[in-house]
Design a protein around this ligand. Structure first.
Ligand code: SF4
Length: 316
């Protein structure tokens, strides 16, 4: 985010601070509401991960799991309720717990067929997961062998010059045979498609697993499953990848610190975080109205940047 637009990074991590409180300033509250918006693709990814996450929690506890038809039915019913709540702007009262859709917030022209296509993707991803060889393997993991599932985890990462707290989120981690540890992640994006920072994410998960479960790199198995096409890949991480991840994170931390007015106290000033010059990027940004004003759509259309392909909304 910092690379794409420093101002967006500021709004997301500093400007919205305290926006959840009843004593928040109107601007902090608005930034907090906007920060929590989801595109329909992000929403689809969230509901798929949450539905699967509930099944995994049951597996870890040795309880029975709902049949796929029931999981799909419950999830689609939840999506209908989310959609209605978002349309009624109920997210403005409770941005964290109520879904607010980017398309509703900016009154984008999304046809009923496009909304149905989003639901169909969720339906297909869930059925694909429960029919996958990976799910069959997960069902066979004894509860005592599970290590983690879907929770954000922070850990101290030694970068040489400094130690920082890094965060990872692994969909499923368990002990395999012969001292191995398996890390599995599933995605509602296409596995074969180019995904920025995939190598960095994978290497950071490996660093976390090695530090937390004392597993050597050659005993780590990292699995990536695309829920769109069912493609399962084994991802390789080398020692050089770990060093590259450390260097990348160190560079990123320094970039963040360089923009702060007071790095030791974590003090940021909005004007020190420049806006991107790419108005096309602004069109896909939740902060666009507050940051660029209501005329952004027209200005972006006239921008030379608009001759490039439309940005792809993030899908987890
Ligand atoms: S509207 Fe544009 S400049 Fe403003 S935060 Fe979003 S991407 Fe950055």
């Amino acid at each position: 985010m910092l690379r794409e637009c420093a101002r967006k990074y500021y709004y997301t991590h500093y400007g919205m601070w305290g926006g959840w409180s009843v004593t928040a300033t109107p601007r902090a509250r608005e930034l907090y509401v906007l920060k929590n918006l989801k595109t329909r693709q992000m929403w689809a990814g969230t509901v798929v991960h949450e539905a699967i996450g509930r099944s995994i929690a049951h597996l870890r506890n040795g309880r029975s799991v709902l049949p796929p038809d029931e999981v799909v039915e419950i999830t689609l019913a939840r999506m209908r309720a989310d959609w209605i709540a978002s349309k009624r702007r109920q997210n403005r009262a409770d941005p964290k717990r109520r879904v607010g859709l980017f398309e509703h917030e900016f009154a984008l022209p999304v046809s009923p067929a496009e909304w149905r296509a989003t639901a169909a993707i969720v339906d297909g991803c869930l059925r694909g997961f429960y029919a996958s060889p990976l799910y069959r393997r997960l069902r066979a993991v004894p509860p005592a062998m599970w290590l983690d599932a879907g929770e954000p985890r922070g850990f101290p990462l030694d970068l040489g010059d400094m130690t920082v707290r890094a965060w990872v989120q692994i969909d499923a981690a368990y002990r395999g045979d012969e001292g191995s540890v398996v890390l599995a992640n599933w995605r509602t994006g296409r596995a074969g498609a180019e995904r920025k920072d995939e190598q960095l994410q994978t290497a950071t998960q490996a660093l976390y697993a090695m530090a937390t479960w004392q597993v050597p790199l050659d005993r780590l198995r990292i699995i990536d499953l695309s829920l769109i096409d069912g493609d399962e890949r084994r991802l390789a991480v080398s020692g050089a990848d770990l060093e590259a991840a450390r260097a990348s994170i160190l560079g990123s931390v320094r970039d963040m610190q360089a923009l702060l007015a007071d790095s030791a106290q974590n003090v940021a000033r909005e004007d020190d975080f420049p806006k991107t010059a790419d108005l096309e990027r602004c069109l896909a940004c939740s902060f666009r109205r507050l940051c660029r004003g209501r005329g952004i759509a027209g200005r972006a259309a006239a921008s030379p940047a608009n001759s490039r392909p439309a940005p792809v909304a993030p899908i987890r």
